[in-house]
Design a binder for this molecule. Structure first.
Ligand code: DHB
Ligand code: MG
Length: 212
């Protein structure tokens, strides 16, 4: 983290619920890569400001971002989380239950591409998407989010900068290329209004325009 990011995080009182989830996640042997605290606060705000009642998360890790999203949902709202690894989904489920959100969050375990295809076939619709899974999948996840989006839906994605690899021309691996392509689409797709924040590891925020 930069000293500016540390300064800003230092302004906020520690969030004991989220801190506990970070600790329980690493204690379960999972990587310490939950979303930055500042972006977690932003997720809650975006969900709340948009009156979201149905949200979809791709990549659950230990439930940190899930709780941030659930905190902003309308009463009776729900969050569906797609998670590849059964162990991660179990840890996340336990963490969100301890945080008091068990009744709002469901997990679908397995390859997100297959789960997304099933959600499309079931004609599910969502008002908020958070993409934070395998980076090679980002372009496809964006395509699916567009198919599953209600007009006005928000699509948010973490790790747009890949710790600097995105802007390093020496780096040409599949994840880097996929994220560059994702970023170009976020910026240029006429169906989207968007911005990309460069703080922490970069966050894309796009809004699916209403049809005119
Ligand atoms: C890393 C960070 C993330 O937030 C993520 O989703 C995947 C990987 C990382 O820093 O390696
Ligand atoms: Mg991430």
């Amino acid at each position: 983290m930069t000293i500016e990011e540390q300064y800003i995080d230092g302004l906020y009182e520690q969030d004991s619920v989220l801190e506990r989830i970070r600790q329980a996640t690493t204690a379960a042997g999972m990587p310490d890569i939950a979303i930055a605290d500042g972006y977690g606060r932003l997720l809650t705000m975006l969900v709340e400001m948009n009156g979201v009642s149905k949200a979809l998360e791709i990549g659950a890790l230990g439930g940190y971002s899930g709780v941030c999203i659930a905190r902003g949902l309308k009463q009776g709202g729900s969050l569906t989380c797609l998670e590849l690894l059964p162990h991660y989904a179990e840890v996340a489920e336990r963490n969100v239950a301890e945080a008091g959100f068990a009744d709002m969050i469901q997990y679908i375990v397995g390859d997100a591409k297959l789960s997304l295809q099933q959600l499309v076939e079931r004609k599910e619709r969502y008002q908020f998407f958070f993409i934070d899974a395998d980076k090679e999948g980002y372009p496809l996840y964006l395509d699916y989010a567009l198919q599953l989006a209600e007009p006005g839906a928000l699509i948010v994605a973490d790790n747009i900068l890949l710790r600097g690899r995105t802007v390093n021309e020496q780096k040409q691996g599949p994840a880097v290329q996929a994220v560059r392509s994702f970023n170009k689409q976020i910026a240029a797709d006429p169906r989207l209004q968007s911005t990309i924040l460069p703080g922490y590891d970069g966050l894309a925020i796009a809004r699916v325009k209403q049809q005119s």
